[in-house]
Design a protein around this ligand. Structure first.
Ligand SMILES: Nc1nc2c(c(=O)[nH]1)N[C@H]1C(S)=C(S)[C@@H](COP(=O)(O)OP(=O)(O)OC[C@H]3O[C@@H](n4cnc5c(N)ncnc54)[C@H](O)[C@@H]3O)O[C@H]1N2
Ligand code: MOO
Length: 341
């Protein structure tokens, strides 16, 4: 690579995008890589502070920033992600569909420990819309030793994929709503509508809701009925707390449930329960899920809908970032709640 004064650069081919920045107004390439410099470009180049331009000299084992970024992005991207063309040397990774974003954060850190490269992403385990930029990567200099990029590709291959968007399955969900006050008709059920609306937003449907009193036998009968109907997920609402009447966890165990975690390091969501009956996911939802706009349910349900099996470790790591700030205007998922990795 050779630097030549701009006045002598007419007829030469630009070897990288040249950026113009006017604070608050413009940040974009004024000239793209490959542009042939014309006499009328000279004053505009001087305006953006370019007195010299680089002229590209191809050398074995050295990569241009665009090719380096394309290779890193391609190596990291799994299903549900597409790549943009490089602009100013950066390639973006974009969601190809609505779904659950998965980032391998430890492999990502390994990539970023390499010299002269960067790779930045959104947080893992959040829902993203189609066409949202979920990550971006580039090299820091204009050219780079190919060995560094090969090293990044190795890291990506060992931990593939670094970035992925998983589609949500459309599930049939059964609800068991506990509580003598609701069962007897003293108060109207408020849990059903909240959970139904959330699931609808994620493309799933509540196919049956059964109201029961605070009785282990009634909970077991309701769960068995939902299993017979072939639901893909069961949610048991209420009865998760410390009162003698709160028998939901005991009811789920009596129905054959294997408890992964009773209690979760999330607020709202402390009294949440994750269980499985065979392979069937069963969640015990505490009252806060009905009350708060975002809670543990918004952290775990999308992952179950994406086909993930929830482990005790998945729940345990939620503590870091598990405290909701209760903002007056909720911006979840664009906030720290649930961003544990
Ligand atoms: N002494 C303690 N009190 C509470 C604790 C605790 O650890 N110690 N935990 C608190 C947390 S955190 C939550 S969340 C709630 C959990 O409540 P539950 O899920 O056990 O719900 P219930 O006790 O059955 O009811 C609480 C409240 O919500 C109303 N409710 C319940 N289900 C419905 C429904 N389907 N529709 C409308 N309203 C419903 C119920 O009538 C009660 O008013 O506990 C904290 N307390
Ligand atoms: O679990 Mo309550 O489950 O935090 O608000």
């Amino acid at each position: 690579m050779k630097a030549v004064p701009v006045q002598e650069a007419v007829g030469m081919v630009l070897c990288h995008d040249l950026t113009e920045i006017v604070p608050g107004k413009v940040k974009k390439p004024l000239f793209k890589k490959g542009h042939v410099v014309k006499p009328e470009d000279i004053p505009r180049l001087l305006d953006i502070g370019k007195e010299h331009l680089y002229v590209w000299e191809m050398r074995e084992g050295i990569l241009h920033e665009n090719e380096a970024a394309q290779r890193m992005a391609a190596a990291a991207a799994g299903e549900g992600v597409y790549l943009t063309e490089p602009s100013e040397g950066k390639v973006s990774l974009v969601a190809a569909m609505d779904g659950l974003l998965k980032i391998n954060s430890s492999a990502l850190s390994l990539v970023n420990e390499q010299e002269q490269v960067m790779f930045a992403t959104l947080h893992s385990n959040q829902l993203v819309k189609k066409d949202r930029v979920v990550a971006g990567t580039r090299i820091i200099p204009l050219v780079i030793d190919e060995k560094i990029i090969t090293g990044v590709e190795h890291i990506c291959r060992d931990s593939f994929p670094l970035v992925e968007v998983k589609p949500l399955k459309a599930m049939r969900v059964g609800l068991v709503t506990t509580g003598s006050e609701v069962y007897s008709g003293r108060i109207q059920d408020k849990f059903g509508p909240v959970v139904t609306a959330k699931l609808a937003q994620w493309g799933s449907e509540v196919t049956r809701q059964i109201l029961v009193s605070d009785s282990i036998d009634m909970i077991v009968t309701a769960i068995n009925e939902l299993i017979r109907e072939g639901v893909d997920m069961i949610l048991v609402t209420g009865g998760m707390s410390v009162d003698p009447d709160d028998v939901t966890p005991a009811g789920v165990v009596a129905a054959g449930g294997r408890i992964i975690s009773y209690g979760a390091p999330a607020l709202p969501g402390a009294m949440f329960m994750m269980a499985y009956i065979g392979e069937l996911p069963v969640m015990g939802l505490p009252g806060c899920v009905m009350y708060h706009r975002s809670s543990i349910f918004d952290l775990i349900a999308p992952r179950v809908l994406a086909g993930e099996k929830i482990s005790r470790r998945d729940i345990a790591v939620l503590g870091y970032g598990g405290l909701c700030s209760n903002c007056s205007q909720c911006r979840f998922p664009d906030c720290s709640f649930g961003k544990s990795i």
